[in-house]
Design a protein around this ligand. Structure first.
Ligand code: GLU
Length: 485
């Protein structure tokens, strides 16, 4: 068996869309699952869509996600160059285009804009495209040579038959047959001399020994034309895996405006790269059992591409948030603290024990920015309604709360040790003496020190972080509020 070789072939056009990342991930997993190699090729032949800095984004994403490529522009594996604009300089695309011309499978086309604009158009996948009428196919050899000599601008087009049909195989969609008459004579070499994606991907995948091609199913409709190219050259077609569409919650194609369509957006929103990778692996693929949490190494082990589904995958941000929360819970504390600190600093301007605060929130958040809502009360006591002191389950009312706060105040004033343990002991002794339930005492205290119904920690943990002075001031404030209630 030949060794599996896959490639990730991004165009440097901006951010890393979730769909592109999934293609990259599946290519990576398919190769690694079989001990094959994963190659990076930069497809920059569309000069108009080129975005400065986009190549860096590609490298950064591969690094952050752990998808280490075996070959690429920075790692020669003997089939380079790995950047299409550099490949073009070697003359490879022109050489193969001419080979097709010699075989009668392609031809020069000198039609100008005006003529092309007058052609019949057809709507394909929502886009209006003109169907070329093979006008230049009938030019004689001499006419072509005269035009070339005169420096007339030209493109090179594929010459598709007008009869018969073409069949290709996709691993998910099975055999697909189309009538050749439906195949447009697509451009292989553009007037600027660059190859089109359509031509370059075939030449490159073959000359770079790619065995499996994984990409979004928007390429499915062009695949018969690629197959015709492979056949014209007499090359073996790679295994095709066209992936299902990724949609948003409304079953519309996941678009930029959703706000979470790119890897960078998600990282900015406080998601962890590992969680995003894990989640994206499940956008169209599932293991045999219902397991959902996988490290990259576990994915490599489990990933069988035959289990990819054809149905559209819904990008569910709620599920991703949940998954991210699981990753945060499992994080090593020091690593968590380092990532949490900027969010804590954004909200808290006092000198407090940030490590303790981080430990409190670690199990209570889904994404890092969630931290901010949870800890604001440490900085300033929020305004609150005294009705909060009355809690049915704790059997407290505003009156019982006032009594408790008044009784514990002198104890807390006398207390020197404000560690959680010492405070807990002190208050437990009071609870025992009064023969009441814990909550009867702790609820009013926690309300007074936090002003909140829900807090990331218990009363004494909060008091430890606030310190004596701030704790006493908040208890006194509670008494004052209750006295005037
Ligand atoms: N450059 C193409 C893209 O970014 C690659 C498609 C493919 O994988 O063949 O969409």
């Amino acid at each position: 068996m030949t060794k599996i070789r896959t490639r990730y072939a991004p165009s440097p056009t901006g951010k890393m869309h979730v769909g592109n990342l999934r293609s990259a991930l599946y290519e990576f997993l398919i190769a690694k699952h079989e001990g094959g190699s994963f190659m990076l090729r930069i497809e920059d032949t569309d000069q108009e869509r080129y975005v400065e800095g986009a190549v860096d984004i590609i490298y950064r994403t591969l690094e952050k996600t752990g998808m280490v490529h075996d070959e690429g522009p920075d790692k020669d594996g003997g089939v380079g160059p790995y950047v299409q604009s550099e490949r073009m300089k070697t003359g490879i695309y022109m050489k193969y285009a001419k080979e097709l011309i010699d075989k009668g499978e392609a031809y020069y086309c000198f039609c100008d804009k005006e003529r092309l604009a007058s052609l019949k158009t057809e709507v394909v996948e929502g886009k209006e495209i003109s169907i070329y009428d093979k006008h230049c196919l009938s030019l004689s050899k001499e006419e072509v040579e005269a035009n070339l000599k005169a420096g007339k601008p030209f493109v090179i087009r594929q010459n598709n038959p007008t009869e018969g049909s073409t069949t290709f195989h996709d691993e998910l969609y099975g055999d697909i047959t189309v009538e050749n008459a439906e195949l447009d004579d697509m451009i292989l070499i553009k007037s600027d001399g660059y190859p089109t994606y359509n031509f370059a991907n075939v030449v490159d995948d073959h000359t770079m020994n790619i065995t499996h091609v994984v990409r979004g199913n928007e390429y499915l409709s062009s695949s018969p034309k690629y197959t015709r190219l492979y056949e014209a050259f007499g090359w073996e077609t790679p295994v095709y895996v066209h992936l299902p569409l990724i949609t948003d919650e409304n079953h519309k194609k996941l678009a930029k405006r959703s706000g979470h369509a790119s890897f960078e957006d998600l990282l900015e929103q406080g998601f962890l790269a590992e969680a995003v990778v894990n989640y994206i692996a499940l956008l169209g693929w599932s293991p045999e059992d219902n397991r959902e949490i996988f490290t990259l190494d576990e994915l490599i082990k489990e990933f069988d591409y035959h289990r990819i589904s054809k149905s559209p995958a819904v990008f569910d941000i709620v599920k991703l948030r949940w998954m991210n929360g699981e990753y945060i819970k499992a994080m090593d504390f020091e690593a968590f603290y380092e990532m949490a600190l900027p969010y804590i600093r954004e909200v808290l301007h006092k000198e407090l024990d940030f490590r303790k605060i981080a430990a409190m929130v670690k199990t209570r958040i889904e994404v890092f920015p969630d931290i901010k809502e949870l800890i604001g009360f440490f900085d300033t006591l929020p305004e609150y309604d005294t009705a909060m002191y009355a809690h049915k389950k704790m059997k407290t009312t505003q009156e019982t709360s006032l009594t408790v706060l008044k009784e514990v105040l002198p104890m807390l004033e006398a207390q020197e040790d404000y560690s959680n343990d010492a405070l807990y002991q002190l208050l437990s002794a009071y609870v025992a003496e009064k023969e009441v339930k814990n909550g009867y005492v702790m609820w009013p205290i926690r309300t007074a020190v936090s002003g909140l119904q829900m807090t990331p920690a218990g009363a004494t943990e909060i008091m430890e972080v606030l310190g004596k002075e701030e704790t006493l001031s908040r208890i006194r404030k509670g008494i004052e509020l209750l006295e005037h209630a």
